[in-house]
Design a protein around this ligand. Structure first.
Ligand code: PLP
Length: 358
C-alpha cells in the first residue's frame, strides 16, 4: 500500500460513506459522481498501476465504459482471444450497428498486420495473458506499433494483476481490471477499474461512469480494499502453487497440452519473463476430450468446481461449457490457484490424475 488519503483516516480502515448526496461545500456533490470510499480504493490501485484510477461496479462495467462509448468514426480492433464478455458485448453492439469492429487473431497481433487497415483514433483492445489459453503478447512492441499508427491501446490486466505486470509503463493507454478476481481475492464481491495516465481521459472516464451509472456500492469497495491489502502475499502464494502444479502436470502430460505464461517450451517465454514478475495463478490443461476432462474435474476434492478466478480458494472448470467459449477445446480445463497449502493441492491433483489413468 503506497499513498494514503489521510483526510479520511480515522484508523487503519477507511470509512464506508453511505451518502447518496452531500452538503454544499464538500468534495463530493452527488453519490453517482463521487464517493469518498471509492477515492480511497482509486488511490491504491492508481499507485499500484502507476496511473489515475476510476472504479466501477464490475469488470464489465469498466469494459462497457470503453467499448460502448466509442464514437461513430472509431473502429474497434478486438483480440479474438479476449474475455468472452468483452467479445459478446462488442458483438452485441456491432449487431445493433453501434460499433464497427474487427477481430484480430494472435498472429495478426504479433505481426501487427491489423494496423495496415487501421486509422488514427481507432482502438485496440487485448489481454496478455489471454483467457483461457494464456497467450502472451509483447506489450511494449504492440503499444509502440499502435502509437505510430495513432491508435489508443487498451489492455485487460485482470490475470496478471498490477503485482506481476504494469502495462502503463510499457506504453499502453488504458488498463482495465475486473476487481472481482485477485484484487479483491475472496470471491465475495464484484468490481471493476480503469487506469490511465492522461488527466483529461481520467476525467472522461469518471464522467462515463456517472452517466452510465456503473457505480460500485461503498460497502463493496470496502471489501475490495480489504482484499487489496493482501494482494501481493496472495499472488505470491498462488503463483507458487500454480508453478508447482505446472511441474506436476509436465511430468505426466505432453508439453503442448499445458498453457502457462512461464512455460519454458513456449515461444513467448522470453517475452513473458521480460514483462511479468511471475507466471501468475492461472494454468490451463488440455485433456484428450470432454470425457477425460470431466473425469479429472469430478475426481478433485480440494478444488472448488466453479467459474471465475483469483480467490483464496482454488477453482476448476471446463472452459468450453461457458457461454461464448464454444470455440475453446472441449478438453481444456482452467485452474485458478488459491493460497491453500501445496501438499493438499498436490495430493488432490495426483489422485485425480491417477483416477483417469494419467
Ligand atoms: N476481464 C476478465 C479477464 C475476466 O475474466 C472477467 C470475468 O471473468 C471480466 C473481465 C469481467 O469482470 P466482471 O465479472 O467483474 O464483470
Amino acid at each position: 500500500m503506497t499513498k494514503v488519503r489521510r483526510e479520511y483516516l480515522h484508523g487503519p480502515n477507511p470509512p464506508i460513506s453511505l451518502n447518496s448526496t452531500y452538503y454544499k461545500g464538500q468534495r463530493s456533490v452527488y453519490g453517482r459522481e463521487t464517493n469518498p470510499t471509492w477515492e480511497y480504493l482509486e488511490d491504491e490501485i492508481g499507485a499500484l498501476e502507476g496511473g489515475l484510477c476510476t472504479v466501477f461496479a464490475s469488470g464489465m462495467g469498466a469494459i462497457a465504459s470503453i467499448v460502448a462509448t466509442l464514437s461513430a468514426s472509431q473502429h474497434l480492433y478486438l483480440a479474438s482471444d479476449a474475455y468472452n464478455g468483452t467479445r459478446r458485448l462488442s458483438e452485441y453492439l456491432a449487431r445493433a450497428g453501434r460499433v464497427a469492429m474487427t477481430y484480430v487473431t494472435p498472429e495478426e497481433i504479433r505481426e501487427a498486420s491489423f494496423l495496415k487497415g487501421a486509422k488514427k483514433g481507432d482502438l485496440f483492445f487485448f489481454e496478455s495473458p489471454s483467457n483461457p489459453e494464456l497467450n502472451i503478447y509483447d506489450i511494449f512492441e504492440i503499444a509502440s506499433a499502435c502509437k505510430k499508427s495513432g491508435l489508443m491501446v487498451v489492455i485487460d490486466n485482470t490475470f496478471a494483476t498490477p503485482i506481476l505486470q504494469n502495462p502503463l509503463s510499457l506504453g499502453v493507454d488504458v488498463v482495465v481490471h475486473s476487481l472481482t478476481k485477485a484484487i479483491s481475492g475472496h470471491s465475495d464481491v464484484l468490481g471493476g477499474a480503469v487506469v490511465v495516465r492522461d488527466e483529461n481521459l481520467h476525467d472522461d472516464f469518471r464522467l462515463r461512469r456517472s452517466l452510465l451509472g456503473a457505480i460500485p456500492s461503498s460497502q463493496d469497495v470496502f471489501l475490495i480494499l480489504r482484499g487489496l491489502k493482501t494482494l501481493e502475499l496472495r499472488m505470491g502464494r498462488a503463483t507458487e502453487n500454480a508453478t508447482k502444479a505446472f511441474e506436476l502436470f509436465h511430468e505426466r502430460m505432453s508439453s503442448s497440452s499445458l498453457h502457462y505464461p512461464f512455460h519454458p517450451d513456449s515461444p513467448e517465454f522470453k517475452v513473458a519473463k521480460a514483462q511479468m514478475k511471475g507466471g501468475g495463478a492461472m494454468l490451463s490443461v488440455v485433456f484428450d476430450g470432454a470425457t477425460q476432462a470431466d473425469g479429472f474435474i469430478e475426481a478433485l476434492k480440494v478444488f472448488h468446481k466453479a467459474t471465475s478466478l483469483g480467490g483464496v480458494e482454488s477453482l476448476v472448470e471446463r472452459r468450453a461449457l461457458r457461454d461464448g467459449e464454444e470455440n475453446t477445446h472441449p478438453g481444456l480445463v482452467r485452474l485458478s490457484f488459491g493460497i491453500e497449502h501445496w501438499n493438499d493441492l498436490e495430493r488432490d491433483l495426483i489422485e485425480a490424475l491417477n483416477s483417469i489413468g494419467l
